[in-house]
Write a protein that binds this ligand. Structure first.
Ligand code: EZ4
Ligand code: CO
Length: 402
């Protein structure tokens, strides 16, 4: 089989997505997700201008060699734009492989280690009472694990809580908005929030929280310690992770499990975190981490150190990435949990798919390949719209981590 053509599709059914379609002389095509929130067009150019011309004529079954060709062969390595582009290609090739062999991708990764994939939902509210209502709502929907974020007095906008009444969507159309940030009221608020959640919902529900890179290591240690009585499933991204040694400090102060990696794009971003057992869950995604070829190796490496996966599954990863994640999650042994932020109805219509949610679990479905398609005609109705993630400033105006 040979790759005869490849092109990208950028569409905005509710939010922007970049999809790569690879066609072959066997009449089979594959889809890959290359969406990088707020930087979609950089990945589009990297693919169209630099990678796609080198793809034509290759055998789509050579996933390892093609991965090495674009990673090692580029000379310039790593980085979110590069790795999302390689991730898109890799996902599309695994989709083709599955379709050509007439089997779901999970069968190419060792088969099913479990029936369903436990997912966690997002509950949020402007204040604690409203966040509790949203926890009750998601519990009602069947979720066994729920991430909880809520507003608190002292800040007008908070990560993870929508400004208006609609659903929470991290990117906003237009240029970046600015949010404010103050650590001390946040650190006082979060233990109160989780005390209330446990009081109302008991011990059974798995509870998660995203610190979204806002704390220093010692602040994260304090938060983790104060949350210990509430037995969280994890706290996520407690501190920015460029300096991997930071996590040693957090580890020394708390038994609350730690999840990191939604902004990582290489195993080298997590190498020290894993081999020192400073984290419990790796959140790197198939799109941003360079695809199934790269993440299978990362997951196997993590397994040696008791680190499980907890892949990022926000709406800024398309249904193509979600499908691929579910095949991966169902197959690998050291799966932990999968994030699930349901896509907008317009997004689901543009990307018809076989995966589904039932009673707190998701299932990849049994269609050959990844089991997701792109309705290109419908996608045309939703042209790209500039959108960015917000930026954050401390109350004195200092730019800080969003
Ligand atoms: O802010 O995906 O855990 N989930 C998250 C997300 C991220 C967005 C950034 O594009 O932190 O909501
Ligand atoms: Co996060």
């Amino acid at each position: 089989m040979k790759i005869t053509n490849a092109y990208i599709n950028v569409t905005s059914p509710g939010r922007n997505f970049l999809t790569l379609k690879i066609e072959t002389d066997a009449g089979i095509y594959g889809l890959g997700d290359g969406t990088l929130n707020g930087r979609e067009l950089a990945v589009a150019s990297y693919l169209s201008d630099h990678l796609i011309p080198c793809l034509i004529g290759r055998d789509p079954f050579q996933t390892e060699d093609i991965w090495q060709y674009f990673y090692r062969g580029a000379y310039w390595r790593r980085g979110p734009v590069t790795m999302a582009a390689i991730g898109a290609i890799d996902l599309a090739l695994w989709d083709i492989k599955g379709k050509a062999l007439n089997t779901p991708v999970y069968n190419l990764l060792g088969g099913r280690s479990r029936e369903g994939v436990m997912v966690y939902a997002h509950a949020n509210g402007k204040d604690i009472d409203r966040a509790l209502e949203d926890v009750a709502h998601h519990k009602e929907l069947g979720y066994k694990a729920i991430r909880v974020q809520s507003g608190f007095s002292g800040l007008s906008t908070v990560y993870g809580v929508p400004k208006g009444s609609g659903r929470y969507e991290p990117a906003e159309r237009g240029l970046p908005s600015e949010q404010d940030w103050a650590t001390e009221p946040y650190l006082r608020h979060v233990p109160v929030l989780f005390a209330r959640v446990r009081e109302e919902f008991g011990e059974e529900l798995h509870l998660l929280h995203d610190c979204h890179h806002r704390l220093t290591p010692i602040e994260a240690g304090r938060l983790g310690k104060e949350l210990e009585p509430f037995h969280l499933f994890w706290i996520e991204d407690p501190t920015p992770a460029e300096l991997q040694d930071s996590f040693r400090i957090i580890r020394e102060h708390t038994t609350t499990p730690i999840a990191v990696g939604e902004v990582f794009n290489s195993i080298w971003d997590a190498h020290d975190l894993i081999r020192n057992q400073w984290i419990d869950y790796l959140r790197m995604t198939l799109t941003h981490g360079g695809g199934i070829t790269a993440l299978k190796k990362a997951a196997d490496f993590a397994a040696l150190y008791h680190v499980r996966t907890g892949f990022h599954g926000a709406t800024d990863l398309s249904p193509v990435c979600m499908a691929a994640a579910l095949h991966f999650d169902v197959a690998i042994h050291n799966f932990g949990i999968q994030e699930h932020m349901p896509h907008a109805d317009e997004t689901d219509a543009v990307f018809p798919h076989h995966y589904f949610f039932k009673d707190g679990y998701m299932f990849p479905g049994d269609a050959p390949g990844l089991g997701v398609d792109l309705d290109e005609k419908l996608a045309e109705k939703y042209p790209y719209q500039r959108a960015y993630l917000p930026v954050s400033r401390k109350l004195d105006g200092t730019l800080t981590d969003w």
